[in-house]
Design a binder for this molecule. Structure first.
Ligand code: AMP
Length: 404
């Protein structure tokens, strides 16, 4: 997975390259750019950026944008019964593309085949595409390509959907497309332990949104020993809410710093939700969507009692599934001061008091989606992503395209 910084940088470079190619894109389209590193974590060498114009079951059109020397590894689109075979035409708009397909091996290829993965680049017949040149790849045909030293912009027209099956020769590859979605504002509601932190992390990776966890920001103040921190430490360890004046101060600073974010742990009360709406309308914007993660009480208690948190990156684990006391990032895993039975009981009580009016507030605005949080991390994330991809983002784009 790419970091937020890499995603933002890739997006900027893509817009630059599209501009070089004189391909106009609207702000809403710029929000749809997808980026992948093919799971290889070597983004400068292996990576691809895509912008879809049309993607239906029968037809695809869009731009492929490649940063200098980036490679799209070898793959083919197997024909699947009852689905349209995928025939693709690549037309180079800007830069140079070295495309490889089955046929006689080109003796001195322009592309640099990565030596450690050479066995996964089996087709070696070279086709060089420069602006205005195009090539059609028949269905089921192995191919891979690399951009020249300036990068490349390639328009793709094809039968079948872009999301048609794609089989990579290299078994180590999994293609996860990530998006940098500008201006997306998500609120996550749910009891303590309902998985808000985990879902926020997945969401920020996929959509390029910043994770703003009020609990984490308050804990940072406590850890720093700041004036705010010493004021709220005891309240937090007992599971009590900290005063609005404190959380509003922290929130205000973040709302002016970021454009796309997930609010986790804010708002927690109706008055906080009203405050958020007021602040956002002053900034000429609004919350796009609210997800409420639902989970039975017994499961909440079970999750919180075994929860361990990384003291460095705040990632959470459960002792039942992860026995080590060290996080993947090297940080030490600790139990949160408020994950003791007494504080958990109090936090759940506070949550139950406040969630009714909040639920009502956001459902009246038509923004609330209830998510079954007991399905497991991936399935709940699948539900959330589907709502974002199929409902929220298309509507947001439509609104952005409407002339004022
Ligand atoms: P969390 O990490 O979301 O479980 O939050 C931990 C603790 O931080 C809560 O139990 C509260 O003491 C405090 N806190 C977090 N968010 C808020 C909020 N929006 N309003 C008041 N207190 C909060």
């Amino acid at each position: 997975m790419l970091t937020l910084q890499q995603l933002n940088l890739a997006r900027e470079r893509v817009l630059e390259l599209l501009n070089n190619a004189q391909v106009p894109v609207t702000a809403a389209e710029a929000d749809k750019i997808e980026v992948t590193d093919f799971g290889l974590r070597d983004f400068c060498r292996f990576g691809l950026q895509q912008l879809d114009y049309v993607d239906s079951d029968v037809f695809y059109a869009g731009e492929i944008v490649m940063l200098p020397n980036q490679i799209c590894p070898e793959h083919h689109h197997p024909t699947v019964e009852n689905e349209m075979p995928k025939e693709q035409t690549f037309r180079c708009r800007w830069g140079t593309v070295y495309l490889y397909v089955p046929g006689e091996e080109t003796p001195e290829p322009k592309a640099i085949i990565p030596p450690e993965r050479a066995q996964y680049f089996t087709v070696r017949h070279e086709i060089v595409l420069r602006p205005g040149q195009q090539y059609t790849i028949p269905p089921n045909t192995l191919h891979w390509f690399q951009a020249g030293p300036e990068g490349a912009v390639i328009t793709e027209f094809s039968t079948g959907s872009r999301r048609a099956a794609e089989v990579f020769t290299d078994p180590g590859i999994y293609k996860v497309a990530q998006m940098v979605t500008q201006g997306l504002k998500i609120v996550l509601l749910g009891a303590p332990g309902s998985g808000k932190g985990t879902q926020s992390r997945l969401l920020s990776t996929k959509y390029g949104t910043v994770h703003l966890s009020m609990g984490n920001m308050l804990r940072e103040e406590v850890a720093k020993g700041s004036r705010i921190g010493s004021r709220v430490a005891v309240m937090m360890s007992k599971g009590e809410m900290v005063p609005d004046s404190v959380v509003f101060g922290i929130l205000d600073e973040k709302l002016t710093m970021y454009n796309s974010y997930i609010l986790d742990g804010f708002p927690r009360t109706l008055s906080q939700a009203e405050y958020l709406d007021k602040r956002l309308s002053e900034l000429n914007t609004e919350v796009d969507v609210v997800f409420l993660l639902e989970l039975p009480l017994e499961e909440i208690i079970e999750r919180l009692s075994g929860r361990r948190v990384c003291s460095k990156c705040s990632r959470t684990y459960h002792v039942r599934f992860y026995q080590s006391d060290t996080c993947n990032c090297g940080g030490k895993l600790v139990q949160r001061a408020d994950d003791n039975p007494e504080a958990v009981r109090r936090r759940v009580e506070v949550y139950n008091q406040e969630i009714g009016p909040l639920r009502e507030f956001y459902s009246r605005q038509g923004k609330l989606w209830e998510i079954d949080g007991s399905k497991g991390m991936e399935l709940s994330f699948g539900d959330i992503s589907r709502i974002l991809d199929e409902k929220i983002l298309p509507e947001k784009r439509k609104r952005a395209e409407k002339p004022n």
